[in-house]
Design a protein around this ligand. Sequence first.
Ligand SMILES: NC(=O)c1ccc[n+]([C@@H]2O[C@H](COP(=O)([O-])OP(=O)(O)OC[C@H]3O[C@@H](n4cnc5c(N)ncnc54)[C@H](OP(=O)(O)O)[C@@H]3O)[C@@H](O)[C@H]2O)c1
Length: 249
Amino acid sequence: MKLKGKVAIVTGASSDRGSAIAELLASEGTSVTINYLKRKKNAESVLKRIKKSGGKVMVWQADVTLKESVNKMVKKTVKEFGCVDILVNNAHGTISRKSFEGTKWNEYEENLNGTIKGAHNCCQAVIGEMIRKKWGRIVNIMDNIVNEPVKGYGSYITGQSALIGFTRSLAVDLGNFGITVNLINTGFTLSKKTPHAPPHVQKAIAEQTPLKRLALPVDIAKAVLFYASDWSDFVTGNCLVVDGGKVMR
Ligand SMILES: NC(=O)c1ccc[n+]([C@@H]2O[C@H](COP(=O)([O-])OP(=O)(O)OC[C@H]3O[C@@H](n4cnc5c(N)ncnc54)[C@H](OP(=O)(O)O)[C@@H]3O)[C@@H](O)[C@H]2O)c1
């Protein structure tokens, strides 16, 4: 087991993508905190699956945009599992399609809050534990819509873009503590929810993708495993694009 004895928090793990990340980490021996905001049932079924396969796991409701809420989650994780080694910032702000003229500033703020403030709160809350152990892995997840902007998603794209600077600057700030901070840039991912595009658009995206399919949640989870493990010991401030080759730059 690649990550035996490690402890991870995965935000937004009630989603298909987040749950795939939590399950793959657990299958490699990591104790996992499954964070959710509203979909308790989803989070609990992830917990059941992990427990069934012998993993150590807990579920915790926390709003990543609220510092106190995040602090409580981290405190509870440390109490339950002893520390936090790995943080996966997978929760994100709202996705809605609107013209620029119709988008108010508060909608940009909502996205910056959901993505950057959320990641900031979580990183702030865990770094004490990581510094204490002189070891830590922070993995942020973003959307390749930043590389190929789609009309009408300005507030979401702005929040997502900010993750690039956030990741790089944090990598510089935390490197001397043995903490790596990396980014996974992903494409449209097939999931039960996949609400963002009708079937003909999904088909078109698959056709435009060199590997001729959409991403599966487990594709992203495998990349998280790379950044969370010692396979990436000397990699920080990096961005791995996991989108079947759709965006190449
Ligand atoms: N799906 C795609 O096609 C796609 C493509 C490229 C990149 N991405 C990126 O992948 C990541 C996950 O996307 P997804 O599509 O899997 O998302 P999703 O299905 O919409 O789920 C979002 C997750 O974030 C959680 N969440 C939202 N706001 C939160 C908050 N304030 N505090 C705590 N948790 C919160 C949700 O919790 P609840 O459900 O419990 O409320 C849910 O688990 C994001 O970073 C996104 O930008 C997604």
